[in-house]
Ligand binder design. Sequence first.
Ligand SMILES: Cc1cc2nc3c(=O)[nH]c(=O)nc-3n(C[C@H](O)[C@H](O)[C@H](O)COP(=O)(O)OP(=O)(O)OC[C@H]3O[C@@H](n4cnc5c(N)ncnc54)[C@H](O)[C@@H]3O)c2cc1C
Ligand code: SF4
Length: 561
Amino acid sequence: MPQQKNHSFDVIVVGSGASGGWACKRLAEAGLKVALLEAGRPQSDKNFTEHKPEFELEYRNKTTELIRKTRPIQVKFGVCNEYTYDWFVNDLEEPYTTPADKPFNWMGRLRMTGGRTNVWGRVSLRFSDWDFKSASQDGYGEDWPLSYKDIEPYYDLVEKYVGITGSAEGLEHLPDGQFQPPVPLTCQETLFRNRVKEKLGRIVMPTRSANLTKPLNGRGPCHFCGPCERGCVTHSYFNSAFTTVADALASGNCTLISNAMACKVLMDPERNRARGILYVERNTRQTREIHARAVILCAQSQESVRILLNSATPQYSNGLANSSGVLGHYLTAHVRSGGGSGEFPAFGAKPSLGGPVKPLGIYIARFRNLPNTPSYKKFLRGFGYEGESSTEFNWNAPGLGESYKKALLEPRASLDITGFGEVLPRWDNFVELDPHVKDVYGIPVLKIHMSDGENERAMIQDMGDSAGEMLEAAGAKNIRTYAHPSAPRWALHEAGMARMGVDPQKSVLNQFQQTHDMKNLFVMDASGFTSNPCQNPTLTIMALCVRSCDYLMSELKRNAI
Ligand SMILES: Cc1cc2nc3c(=O)[nH]c(=O)nc-3n(C[C@H](O)[C@H](O)[C@H](O)COP(=O)(O)OP(=O)(O)OC[C@H]3O[C@@H](n4cnc5c(N)ncnc54)[C@H](O)[C@@H]3O)c2cc1C
Ligand code: SF4
């Protein structure tokens, strides 16, 4: 079996997305030799098309059917479109399975440097002790093995580098951060914020988002062109490809190995140590080995857990680092199938096909089950909402000819909000290797078992009802709400499956995302989340990763791993 000709690496990082990018930057800039294995192709500004109009595309971006032929799952979310589809995994070449009665849409599977940060929604929110210690408060599940004060300096560090626009609101359960100036709200958003605060006491704020409003490290502020998911030549949103990974490579200490599909962690059973990674070169289908003193998996939660399950040895027969038996279990994601919309006055706003597009809107902070409030009877934990207003042409205007042209220009202003709710970690939401199916590289695929429980169903209903209540309080007209079960289950914020904990019998990782079983094996994506609070996960993924890298370096320094 060929081995990677290399210059003896200190650390191998698998995956170059939100977590892998930070791991490489932190370690390489500190002088460690890092090999970055990335299953996808290199990303470059040349691939970015945020300023390219649809009419310049061969199929005018109306090609859903064509994309569906190779990416039937990925195309279900609009960010996989004619501009971007070849950044995504080919679902036929790299499938997964589910039980017939538990359909699950595993979307946002990228195969480019930068991973999901190429196309992410950029909402960046801190967790608080209300999240890290939720089990102590309501008695469900396990507390995280760390507290807000442990991660707070790392939130600061990451936010200052990433560039998060936002407003300080002084909420205990949604801590403020190191914000760049907020993007102003539209008139409709302002009206909604003021009335919801006044009538219901709920907090609506400008979205806290990884879009620059001031220049940072050579990156320009956002100029409101709109489609961040197609890339950004001014590097105004955060994408690992042109930030953390670029910095790591610039340090001279990081080697990016693209098109490298990691399939197994290689073990030294006598010393109970990881010794490297076995991977498949996607273009040649050749397998290769690469070795280092420590291995960090950052391949996105399901993918990292798949690698561990596929690395079983006689000693760890049900998956590597799985002496607890917990690996693969407690898969969580967010429920987001409740929300609403309503119409507002236009306040002089004019619809435009080519005008500026604000790439972010509002966030409504969680208001159920909070510190110093009585617990809500219908469910545990809570949800927040993402939303935005828009002013459109009156496409459905009646009439023909002149009268239609006139009516068409009557602006239609509306505001939409979508709930994002916490899913309780449950043993029976889990992933395993499907013994009957392999991908084109010969790697067993995942079988994903996930469904909503009672708590999620009750929460979704409340997301719809409360959306209606707030829109009504704000004076919206033609209010529409929805609350439907989230099957087929889907989400872009998967977490858990290799959870952190103090007890090695009930968890896979310690608070530094180091496996309890092997000192030199780490998993630094969201696999380690002990629970999955309603705030979007990526800011916490990045802050935790930097904290864990600092621990890894201190352990390497004292030869403890
Ligand atoms: C459309 C969309 C919108 C989102 N919006 C938000 C949001 O608003 N806020 C938020 O907080 N989060 C959001 N997310 C989620 C966010 O993108 C992820 O939480 C984050 O990127 C996860 O980081 P990661 O490092 O775990 O994985 P990723 O960023 O996905 O990176 C994983 C990398 O590993 C590579 N890889 C996978 N398997 C292997 C393998 N076997 N060998 C080698 N490499 C491998 C992949 O190619 C990929 O490049 C969104 C996601 C999507 C898709
Ligand atoms: S809206 Fe802003 S961040 Fe998004 S692509 Fe345009 S300039 Fe970049």
